[in-house]
Each structure stands twice: as C-alpha cells, then as structure tokens.
Design a protein around this ligand. Sequence first.
Ligand code: TYM
Length: 326
Amino acid sequence: MARVFSGIKPTGDVHLGNLLGALNNWVTLQDQADSVYCVVDLHALTVPHDPEALRADTLSLAQVLFAVGLDPERCTVFVQSHVHEHTECAWIMECTAAFGELRRMTQFKDKSESASFVSGGLFTYPALQSSDILLYDTDQVPVGEDQRQHVELTRDIAIRFNHRFGETFVVPEAVIPPTGARVMDLQNPTSKMSKSDESPQGTVRVLDDPAVIEKKVKRSVTDSDSEVRFDPAEKPGVSNLLSILGAATGQTPAAAAEGIERYGDLKTATAEALIEMLRPIQVRYAELAADPAETARLLAVGADKAREVASATVGRAKTNMGLLPA
Ligand code: TYM
C-alpha cells in the first residue's frame, strides 16, 4: 500500500486554500493509502510567535483536521514536536541539502524580504520539511501548488542521499489537485489566499460564520467587464470564484461557469456552496472543541504510531551515513 504524508502549520486559522488545496485530498487519500498527517508546530517556530497562541492553535488545528473528516481509525494524525525524530533527521537533511538549493526556495525569499527578524530556521525550514516527508517512506505528498518546490527539493535530497550512502529513503512525489491548488485572495486575486491576519477580508476561514462568508464573497474583487468566464490571466477575480465554486461542488471551473450570466449570481452561488460545504465541518468542530482531552488522547495514539516508522527510518539513515551505533 502506498504511503501518504502531509503537514500543515498551526499559524492562524485554517482557510479555504488549505482546505481545497490540501485537506480535501488528505481525506480522500486516507482510504486509498496508508496516510500520515502532521500538525507541524516546529515549522511555526521559524517566525516570531506567541507561546500561548501556538499551544491553542496546535490543538485547534488538530480538531479542524478531525472535523474535516480525518478519521484516526483510518489514518495517523499527530503533532510534529511529539516525535523527536523529525528534528534529528532534519540535521541529516541540512547536511545533505546544498546551501544554494535552500537559497533558491521562493518561499524563503518571499517570507524573508518583508520580515524584520529572519531566523536561521526560516532558511533551513525546507530541510525540516524534507525530514517530515522522508521519515515515513512516503510515496505521495498531497499539497497545494505553493509547496511543489519543497517537495521537489525533498526528492533531490533523497536521491542524493541514496546515491552517496545506498538505498535509504523512498523518493516521494507531490499530489496536487486539478482544481483548488492555488486559491487566490478574494480582495487581491493575483496573490494566493493566506493567513487571515494578512488579509482578513480576502481570506475565507473554515470556521467563519455563514454571514461572514457571505459578506466576504459578495465583496470580493471581480474584473472590469461583466462576463462570467474562466480565464485566470485576463479575469483573475472571476476565475478565482469559479475555481472555488468548482472545487466546492466537484466540477471544473469552466463547468461551474455554465448557466451563470452575472457577477452577482456567481457570488451568490459561490457563497451558498461554501456555506453548505463548511456547515458540517463547523458542527463537528464545535463537538470536538468541547472535549480537548479526547483530542489529546487521539494525538498521543497518532504520535506512537508515527514514532514507530520514524525511528526505524532515522536509524537506517544514521547507520548508512556512518554514525557509530550507541
Ligand atoms: P501550510 O501550513 O502553509 O499549508 C498547508 C497546506 O495548504 C496548502 N495551501 C494552499 N493551497 C491552495 N491555495 C492556497 N491559497 C493555499 N495556501 C496553503 C499548502 O500548499 C499546504 O499543502 N511547509 C508546509 C507545511 C509542511 C509540509 C510538510 C507539507 C511542513 N512539512 C511535509 C507537506 C509535507 C506549509 O507551510 O503549509
């Protein structure tokens, strides 16, 4: 059975980009593969953070993952810092990746340009991500388009390590959805949708109230003419809404456009589809949030399962690269 691994950072609220670009695929893949999903709290340390908020966000994100449909009976869900092999293997990755490769990562460039404090961890972040993936003998990594470059780097690191030290790591590939792989900001449809504190009105959060979702979609930026047509280059705003509507209703964006003549109707249909899609998730989230001890128990079970695989892999890597057994 194929192994699937993916991760999500507990920074800010889960948004539509996370859901359509990644989480929906995670849910589908849990029945097709041996799937391992991780709340990557160590990645959240790469930028300045508030300790209490990180703790709360980590728990809440795990509850969102269960609420969107991950079932701890059918997949493994755990918190990255609970399995210390991630940091141990990250050092091996840092020493296998080339400085120039890390420097070329576009996410590092984007995030470091505007930051007043750039941590060393922000630079080596992709090495930790490679460690996450390679520890689980991963075949497939379901992610949005923005993570493609990190998965490519992971492949290069795995191939290089295997070449130098013998077969050790499985070489993974990214799984990117045909629709929803790059959900754009509703207020600025040429930038990707990201954490809500950067653009609160342009970001639909999975836990937003229906009235808030409706308001955000109705106020979304469209394009200058009035034709409803899927054309991301010429009509980024309308095309983004069509992609969202398509992903929410299981159609291509072009099919979603059929029968919709006016921008107002497109916005109404999109808001309705989102509210419909998110309602059951929000109901389940409220139930799970009422019982944090149960979430903690499920995460402990997940970490135990994850550790078993991760410790074998890092042990193999250490032996193969010449570290003396303890
Ligand atoms: P993160 O936490 O930023 O995002 C989690 C997932 O959501 C996807 N995503 C989007 N998809 C479509 N449109 C958008 N606007 C959008 N915004 C986010 C991301 O592609 C991602 O799949 N570095 C990763 C976390 C990570 C990871 C890993 C992923 C750490 N280790 C190992 C895979 C495997 C990140 O910051 O994702």
